[in-house]
Design a binder for this molecule. Structure first.
Ligand SMILES: Cc1cc2nc3c(=O)[nH]c(=O)nc-3n(C[C@H](O)[C@H](O)[C@H](O)COP(=O)(O)O)c2cc1C
Length: 202
């Protein structure tokens, strides 16, 4: 065990539920794996640009003429390198407008790269980022799990599981705090998520 990649994407700073949960997950993993190195990516403090026509042109072989674009391409490359180097990946993923924050979508746009993190073979797509454990800290105002009538509106956990699975990240544990906008349910939801973290084993 060498490296834990700690990613946050909440825009709520010190009030964020997922940021509190990812911090607890990382602390727990550090306790389980003493000496592991923590690599930090705060996608709000330091967001990559949206993919653009300029990015696509460079991917097709055009030269990089804009230094700002060059810097951003280096950031995207670092995202991929960090992901490949990590043994454990901890992702803070709030539900915003039924999906994930655009900052986290921007990260996925940079790590889902044909020929690097996945490839198409005779049996279809094959994920190449294998052998890692992923922990997702999921928080949402409403309740979408179980038999909830809102289940079909969950494009957050379902999307993340699909996108991560596509690049080979299939060993995923979701730590969930939901119903955070529902008054009394919030405290119990957060306590439940923290108990789930406490119970994590190596
Ligand atoms: C911009 C924004 C959009 C949100 N959209 C939803 C939503 O579609 N469904 C929902 O249940 N909660 C929604 N919420 C509530 C958040 O999921 C909830 O506050 C959660 O705690 C956010 O995680 P965070 O505190 O780590 O940012 C939204 C919150 C924000 C700030």
């Amino acid at each position: 065990m060498n490296s834990i990649l700690h990613i946050d994407s909440s825009i709520l700073g010190g009030y964020s539920a997922t940021r509190a949960l990812t911090a607890d997950i990382v602390a727990k993993q550090q306790a389980l794996h003493p000496g592991a190195r923590i690599v930090r990516r705060d996608l709000v403090a330091d967001a990559a640009l949206h993919l653009s026509d300029a990015h696509m042109a460079v991917f097709q072989g055009a030269p990089v003429s804009d230094p700002h674009l060059g810097q951003d391409l280096a950031t995207g490359g670092a995202y991929l390198d960090e992901l490949f180097a990590a043994d454990i990946v901890v992702i803070g993923a709030p539900m915003y407008n039924f999906s994930i924050p655009s900052q986290l979508k921007g990260w996925i746009d940079r790590v889902a790269v044909a020929g690097r993190s996945f490839k198409y073979g005779p049996n279809g797509p094959e994920g190449l980022v294998t052998g890692k454990k992923v922990f997702i800290a999921s928080a949402r105002g409403g309740v979408y799990s179980g038999q909830s009538p809102l289940a079909a509106l969950d494009h957050q956990e379902s999307y993340l599981l699909a996108a991560l699975g596509f690049i080979g990240l299939t060993d995923v544990t979701i730590i969930r705090a939901e119903g955070l906008a529902l008054g009394d349910e919030a405290k119990a939801a957060l306590a439940g998520a923290k108990a789930q973290i406490d119970a994590l084993a190596a």
